[in-house]
Design a protein around this ligand. Sequence first.
Ligand code: PMP
Length: 355
Amino acid sequence: MSRFLLKKYASLAPYVPGEQPKTGGYIKLNTNESPFPPSEKAREEYIKAFDRLNLYNDPENGALAAAIAERFGLEASNVLLTNGSDEALAFIYTAYADAEHPFAAPEISYGFYPVFSQLTGAENVTFPLKPDCSVDAEAFVKTKHNVVFANPNAQTGTAMPPGDVERIVAASPSRIVAVDEAYVDFGTESAAGLIKKYPNLIVVRTFSKSRSLAGGRIGFALSSAEIVSDLKRIKYSFNPYNLGRAAEAAALGALKDEKYFSECVARVIEAREYTASEAKRLGMDVVDGKANFLLMRSGLIDGGELKDRLFAEKIIVRHFSTPFLAPYIRVTIGSMDEMKAFIKVLENILKGAVK
Ligand code: PMP
């Protein structure tokens, strides 16, 4: 840290994503990416865009905004394109969070929310999960603060029923409710249908997971035109061209390939159900997850050690050392072959484990 850094940033603890190994040979189940390549249509559009990379792109990403709006029955003025959904979340916090206006989030959720709170000088208000690891909707109905939660929730994968999401949004028009739907396509209903009814709702989405485009960094927020214009005010104050031409083209291509999208999602869900039932057969305690990952723990081996033992067998999973999550590992759902390999290695590790 240099002596020039502003004091308010000195204690900032940046978000640390899961590792990206520099060498091959691993089964990578640690960062909730898709095991499947991007759609062929995404490739075609991406390559076409390359020939025009000498030109700045459309600052509004109008073609993609229109395609997304059509998909959700909204107008382009309800859509903001961002570099990954992380950036949409960053703009939301920048626009609406400060010391007087904190966001409330589930105590166990996406690790970026506390970082955004710290960055914007807002208190990190959290509510504990329920004993079954699901998000306590009631706490979010009652709070006066702005609200952010992931649905399905991050790290646990639990899904909140659509009725509860609407109760939270409807409870007070005078606070922002941001629903982070990074994993929604794997088994939950989106809140996007509520946007016309509730101007305080923001739905945050990404092409990183179900659309196999994590490296393209394509995210978006859906909301009322007033909120989208607030977020654009922030976006254009940082960088007017922040979703690149090639990324936009790939996203447009991916949107044209609903068949591939549905097949990939169905394969992930099938592999998730296989993994959950096999892990339970091996005695693991598996949280009922509806995302492209599962949170699970063994009564015999601590999460950190289990992660290391899997790593020694070339399987990378995620482990979080916070007290609630420490006993668990979070396993991204890969292809069926990858999950069969995971279960085989897990079985061997557990066979030798005694407490
Ligand atoms: N929200 C949640 C809950 C996530 O897990 C992630 C992925 N790390 C993101 C948002 C951000 O994803 P991206 O920036 O790739 O769209």
